[in-house]
Design a protein around this ligand. Structure first.
Ligand code: 13P
Length: 249
């Protein structure tokens, strides 16, 4: 099974002071052996986060990137710039990017390619809306989003991705998917990865995201196909986030 990864997604929250708080806490906390930890912080905090968290061996990542390497693209940030500031991962296709910033599957694929091109690990986010779930379309939506990227990549590229299942209705709502609901979708994702190439399903981490907190993390992480978490709100509190990390050990 893939090594567990607990990744915090700060979204547009946080401060330099919070990074320092995490740095101090992580320097004195023993993380469980065999658990990878990452924090996806806003662009302006990347350099400081890479420095403050490096001590504790925690990876730092960004929340999106441009699909272009450079250009007259006011306001955009390239993968190479993220690397230069110390990021090693980047979220791609988060549902907030898909819905609020109109990133379709093609745009998501472009960003995955841009990340891979500079050696950033893309965390590809997938998830259905409540309406799609109620219509019984969860698997087709989620696997469709997966295929839109994986179909276009070669085997060595596919092997570099992390996948995150984040049901849209569970994000920021306090309404977590039950462990069984999450497991069912994770299992379908793993099966689809196996269809791409034998072994891919074993090495690919499949994270769950959506109102994961210290109180429910252990039950979710105990599911056979949940390899970690992508944590929003609870990643803004040092104690909560570290408690989730501990429950992955
Ligand atoms: P919450 O944990 O706040 O529900 O956010 C989940 C998420 O969107 C992580 O990317």
């Amino acid at each position: 099974m893939a090594k567990p990864l607990i990744a915090g997604n700060w979204k547009m929250h946080g401060s330099l002071a919070l990074i320092d708080e995490f740095g101090r806490a992580l320097a004195t906390t023993e993380l469980p052996e065999g658990v990878d930890v990452a924090l996806m912080v806003p662009f302006p905090y990347l350099a400081q986060a890479a420095q403050a968290l490096n001590v504790a061996g925690v990876s730092v990542g960004a929340q999106t990137l441009s699909d272009q390497p450079s250009g007259a693209l006011t306001g955009e940030v390239s993968g190479a710039m993220l690397r230069e500031l110390g990021a090693s991962m980047v979220l791609v296709g988060h549902s907030e990017r898909r819905s609020m910033f109109h990133e379709n599957d093609q745009a998501v694929l472009g960003r995955v390619r841009a990340a891979l091109g500079v050696g950033l690990t893309p965390i590809l986010c997938l998830g259905e809306t409540l309406e799609q779930r109620d219509e019984g379309r969860t698997e087709s939506v989620v696997l469709g989003q997966l295929d839109a990227v994986f179909d276009a990549l070669d085997a060595s590229e596919r092997a570099q991705l992390v996948v995150a299942y984040e049901p849209v209705w569970a994000i920021g709502t306090g309404r977590t998917a039950t462990p069984e609901q999450a497991q069912a979708v994770h299992s379908a994702i793993r099966q689809r990865l196996a269809d791409y190439s034998g072994g891919l399903e074993e090495r690919t981490k499949i994270l769950y995201g959506g109102s994961m907190k210290a109180a429910n993390a252990a039950d979710l992480l105990a599911q056979p196909d949940i390899d970690g978490g992508l944590v929003g709100g609870a990643s803004l509190q040092v104690d909560d986030f570290l408690a989730i990390c501990q429950s992955a050990g």
